[in-house]
Ligand binder design. Structure first.
Ligand code: GLC
Ligand code: CA
Length: 537
């Protein structure tokens, strides 16, 4: 492989939601053998790595983000042999595997917590955050991400424990060195098996204020100002140590989820990159996912992301995920949704930064509506109808137009989106005008044009005329990218001499006409600029 290729910077990462990828044993739930069987599909698409949402043993109160055994595989997905088989088979195809690691909390069914809650003087008591009642009430006013009280009273010992999420997910006490030691040991266990990195769940929540001071405003959306239950200085310190551990192994990556309230705090997210070389490799910043469909808004968000990068830092981008939903939801008028999905793909895969593709986005999958009795996500159950939960964007991958979209022969854990008749992998791979075709072409283009992987970026303007325009360049290569966010055709007066159209979301159409660039509604184009210096005449 090319020596300059740094896989986690220049490659493309695909987020697999294991429950919903492919079911091989007819229990209605995706499994590891299912991922193995679909590796050819993924290799053919051209991705470089898979991030697997948690596959560890878990009572699945929070879809596996509540772990009972960090060194094992949940039997619904297979076992350790299946995992090793997946790792080997993926590596053989040049695809790396990133594990989701939940360091902030465990399941309340984890043996550590069972011990911890058993008595006040149990050696594991201090592994979690226990507090005696204060005036017969919870120790402070901290709330969970959904605004509920974050302290759970445990009658057995008459104390409260802290949980950032559901009460079935008690937070670990990272101020206890044994906790850190145990978790670092778990990370090494997986690194030694040969995995390629970790996605670190809600990493900025790891430490809480030592004095457990009240938050000034405990309300969900105005929680921003003084928050004592997150973003403590110790998080930076432990990330530095985690980096040292990762660096003992070659070519590993850590990508941290930075959970901010309200979401999308770019400065906060990039602060966990440290200098760019000493903390996280990548940090998920949610601001693009919440940006409204308009070139000027996209420009502002993206510029801010670049401007907050530490010198040695590297950005990453994603349009959808298992918590916030699929990007098609944000397109407003759905009439042009597939054109918009293609334009989004072009943006994601040509910006400077590591792209993450959420499974199914490459075929234009959409959020499904889930009826009350189909809800699996506990948030949906607790907050219905105000919030229907996250199931609508965790539905089974749509492989073909057969029963259950070819995902499984059994009753499904979640229904498939009814549009699977037309929106599915089989149809998409046979149609050169599909969203899939755009993803695939762009993944290829990234491999042949290094400027798209590692080149610098320069915006041509601030998104005027609802067109986003930028250059990606290396000394050896210069590419120009135009994205028309508007439903109107646009004409741009730009010197077109030496420009060659190398990609378009509207391939039938030559965008260079009469010395101008013409963009159809929602069209995106990539031009290569010839660097041959013409002699002056
Ligand atoms: C992260 C996960 C989310 C989970 C939460 C608690 O935000 O992405 O799915 O509910 O952490 O672990
Ligand atoms: Ca299965």
């Amino acid at each position: 492989m090319n020596k300059d290729f740094c896989w986690w910077k220049h490659g493309v990462i695909y987020h697999v939601y294991p429950q919903s990828f492919y079911d091989t044993n007819d229990d209605g739930i995706g499994d590891l053998q299912g991922i193995i069987q679909k590796l050819d599909y993924l290799a053919n698409l051209g991705v470089d790595a898979l991030w697997l949402s948690p596959i560890y043993p878990s009572p699945l109160v929070d879809a596996g983000y509540d772990i009972t055994d960090y060194k094992n595989i949940n039997s619904i997905y297979g076992d350790m042999n299946d995992f090793m088989q997946l790792l080997k088979a993926a590596h053989k195809k040049g695809i790396r595997i990133i594990m989701d690691l939940v360091l902030n909390h465990t399941s309340d069914q984890h043996p550590w917590f069972k011990e911890s809650r058993s008595s006040i003087d149990n050696p594991k008591r201090d592994w979690y955050i226990w507090q005696a009642p204060k005036n017969k009430k919870a120790p402070n006013n901290w709330r969970t991400n959904f605004g509920k009280k974050a302290w759970q009273y445990d009658a057995a010992t008459g104390e409260y424990y802290y949980h950032s999420f559901f009460y079935e997910q008690p937070d670990l006490n990272w101020r206890n060195p044994e906790v850190k030691e145990a978790m670092f040991e778990i990370a090494e266990f997986w690194l030694k098996l040969g995995i390629d990195g970790f996605r670190l769940d809600v990493i900025n929540l790891l430490y809480k204020d030592k004095k457990l001071r009240d938050n000034s405003i405990s309300n969900l959306f105005s929680n921003k100002k003084k928050v004592f239950n997150r973003n403590r200085g110790s998080v930076y310190k432990v990330l530095r140590e985690f980096r040292v551990l990762l660096d003992k192994y070659a070519d590993k990556v850590s990508v941290g989820e930075i959970y901010a309230v309200p979401p999308g705090d770019t400065k906060l997210a990039s602060s966990f990159l440290g200098s760019g070389n000493d903390m996280l490799h990548l940090a998920f910043d949610f601001s693009l996912i919440f940006t409204r469909w308009k070139a000027t808004f996209y420009y502002k968000t993206i510029r801010r992301i670049y401007s907050k990068m530490p010198k040695e830092g590297w950005p990453c981008f994603f349009l959808s995920n298992h918590d916030v939903g699929r990007s098609t939801k944000r397109f407003g008028l759905t009439f042009f949704k597939y054109q918009k999905a293609k334009l989004h793909a072009l943006l994601l895969l040509t910006l400077k930064g590591t792209p993450f593709i959420y499974y199914g986005d490459e075929i234009g999958m959409e959020n499904a509506s889930i009826t009350k009795d189909q809800i699996r996500d506990l948030y949906g159950k607790l907050f219905y109808p105000l919030f229907k939960g996250r199931d609508g964007f965790r539905t089974p991958m749509q492989w073909n137009s057969n029963t259950n979209a070819g995902f499984s022969n059994a009753k499904l854990w979640l229904p498939v989106h009814p549009n699977y008749y037309s929106i599915n992998v089989e149809a998409a791979t046979n149609n050169e005008n599909s969203v899939y075709s755009v993803y695939k072409q762009l993944l290829q283009l990234r491999k042949t044009h290094k400027a798209l992987q590692s080149g610098n970026i320069k915006f041509l303007h601030e998104g005027k005329n609802n067109v986003l325009a930028y250059q990606r360049f290396l000394p050896s290569e210069k590419l120009l990218i135009f994205l028309n966010f508007s439903f109107l055709q646009k004409q741009l007066s730009i010197n077109t001499e030496g420009l060659e159209q190398i990609f378009s979301t509207h391939p039938q159409f030559n965008s260079i006409a009469g010395g101008k660039i013409v963009l159809k509604p929602y069209q995106g184009v990539v031009f290569a600029e010839s660097l041959i210096v013409r002699p002056h005449t």
